[in-house]
Ligand binder design. Structure first.
Ligand SMILES: *Cc1c(COP(=O)(O)O)cnc(C)c1O
Length: 546
């Protein structure tokens, strides 16, 4: 299997090159040359498979065996998921006959990003080791310097995915004092020598700008071989397809036991996904395209609702130019005369979904372009070229005009597989409360609550045979402020007793590993990387300043 860029497809890459490259040089995202179909008899053969078995079965359809053999893949998968606390890795919980929760937060940092980043770290290590083993004695070893900015969530999952990996150093920038105490502690209490936390005096945007200029600095980039772990990396999408398969089998078993008279083939399984950068739900789309018989995928957004607006109007637009009715987007804080503040990202109770544009949406747009442009060419290469060209045009328009309107046919195709719903902070809080008071009681984190709220709204128009699976993307203890606020009037609720995991106790007091960066300046950060990259042997955990 080879991969090409959504914005121009002549050159193709192996899986290894795709994973190590991340973003294509022409700005596009890599996608597989074809979407493999499920093998004959998968439904019976895979039905008793574990998460690991399914990972091997699904991933090997996308990775040529001469790149990674089945036994190597199995070893990588087992190493990645033995860090999870739950034997099923991503268990399915029943809330009521029509609603199930797919818990994705049983990994080391208690959020769904672990599912992908645990595996990505092991892929990186595997590829580098293999390259280095093939080198002659005395030849320079290949190393990777991963650099990223975080407002909290991705940083800790990336650090836990890459800690203690050979030939990899990781530098994560966070805005000093502006991430939640638990998230800061999760990142900075990792004391492996290859992990470097940079607390930058500045905002998250400052951190992101610094990272961007590091990548743009060709000399620096080449010297240190910078790598990214952001959500556009193909391996992350691929890893996330697995829990759609696992939950499909788990759900069928649960229905077969609880309602034996119901014919499973009549049940329509709808997946509801709290969405930011569109990676999690895109994995579901691939599963569906491979042949997993699931119904609609529901995009659940918070008030950063570019995707919900796209599915309403067919216009992909950074800033809502037509706020109207009671569904109107409230102006961002600090905005005057009804216009939104520059930047436009709104702070919500579900911060991991606070985005302006959804980077992985580009991958879906490619498929919509390919199918929706009704090319007259029979030649697949020519059809692909036309789809890439159309997509490239759309993305350029988003960049220059802040918006693009797709043809009606493309919007219709998007609506065939997806529904979309926007959820306010108020609805998020009410939903946390509703499910806490329900029987059985369930404490949802605010991101999961966005999914649950969207599921409730949409269920009103669902056919009666629909069953909803809501993806739970974080443990409630990670977002204690929102959860406590929603449940403060509930006398039966006790955060420490009901929510707080053992692993979080004492975390705030543990030894920290942070380098303070006294100003948001690229050169200061470069200096830190120069000092530590490729020089990670020895004791970590020291607190320093530059
Ligand atoms: C990243 C994240 C999301 C959004 O996932 P995408 O793949 O970016 O759509 C939702 N919830 C939590 C807790 C996250 O960390």
């Amino acid at each position: 299997m080879r991969y090409f860029s959504t914005r121009g497809a002549q050159e193709t890459l192996s899986f290894e090159e795709t994973v190590l490259t991340g973003l294509a040089p022409n700005g596009g995202l890599y996608i597989p040359e074809s979407i493999p179909q499920l093998p004959e008899g998968w439904q019976s053969k895979w039905s008793e498979y574990s998460f690991m078995d399914l990972s091997v079965a699904v991933l090997s359809l996308f990775i040529s065996s001469n790149e990674i053999s089945q036994s190597e893949l199995r070893a990588l998968v087992e190493k990645s998921y033995k860090t999870f606390r739950h034997p099923e890795i991503t268990p399915l919980q029943k809330l009521d006959d029509k609603t199930f929760i797919l818990e994705l937060f049983h990994g080391p940092t208690f959020a769904f990003k672990d599912v992908a980043l645990q595996l990505l770290g092991n892929f990186f290590e595997f590829f580098l080791n293999r390259r280095n083993m093939r080198k002659a004695e005395g030849e320079r070893q290949e190393k990777l310097t991963v650099v990223g900015a975080t407002s909290g969530d991705t940083g800790s999952a990336a650090i836990y995915g890459l800690r203690n990996k050979a030939n990899i150093s990781i530098f994560i920038l966070h805005p000093k004092g502006r991430v939640s105490p638990i998230q800061e502690a999760q990142m900075t209490t990792v004391t492996d020598a290859n992990v470097h936390n940079l607390a930058v005096k500045g905002t998250f945007d400052d951190c992101q700008d610094i990272v961007k200029s590091l990548f743009a600095d060709q000399q620096f980039n080449k010297k240190h071989r910078l790598g990214a772990v952001n959500s556009i990396n193909w391996a992350r999408i691929l890893a996330q397809t697995v829990y759609y398969f696992l939950s499909y089998f788990h759900l069928r078993k649960q229905i077969a036991t609880s309602a034996p008279s119901q014919s499973l083939d009549d049940v329509e399984i709808q997946y509801v996904v709290p969405t930011g950068n569109f990676g999690d739900i895109l994995a579901g789309y691939y599963a569906k395209r491979m042949g997993l018989p699931i119904g609609k995928l529901v995009v659940a957004t918070n008030s950063n609702d570019i995707l919900a607006r796209f599915w309403k109007s067919g216009t992909y637009e950074k800033i809502d130019s037509q706020p109207s009715g009671n569904n109107a987007t409230a102006p961002a804080e600090g905005a005057s005369d009804g216009k939104q503040a520059v930047g436009g990202v709104k702070e919500t109770l579900s911060p991991a979904m606070d985005i302006l544009v959804s980077s992985n949406f580009e991958r879906l747009l490619y498929y919509l372009a390919e199918e929706g442009l009704e090319s007259t060419s029979q030649d697949p290469t020519e059809r692909r070229r036309q789809a890439c060209a159309a997509l490239d045009g759309w993305m350029k328009k988003v960049k220059s005009d802040g918006r693009v309107e797709v043809p009606t046919k493309v919007l219709e195709l998007a609506r065939r597989d997806f529904l979309a719903e926007r959820v306010s902070d108020q609805q998020t809080l009410e939903t946390i409360k509703y499910y806490f008071k329900a029987e059985p009681s369930y404490v949802a984190d605010p991101h999961t609550a966005v999914g649950l709220s969207a599921a409730q709204t949409i269920s009103a128009t669902n056919p009666p045979s629909t069953v909803q699976v809501v993806l739970s993307t974080a443990h409630p203890a990670k977002f204690s402020e929102a959860v406590t606020r929603a449940l403060e009037t509930e006398s039966k609720f006790d955060f420490e007793r009901d929510v707080l995991p053992e692993e979080f106790k004492g975390l705030l007091e543990r030894k920290r590993n942070v380098i303070d960066v006294e100003a948001a300046e690229v050169d200061l950060v470069k200096h830190v990387i120069e000092q530590y990259a490729g020089n990670d042997e020895g004791e970590g955990g020291a607190r320093q300043s530059v």
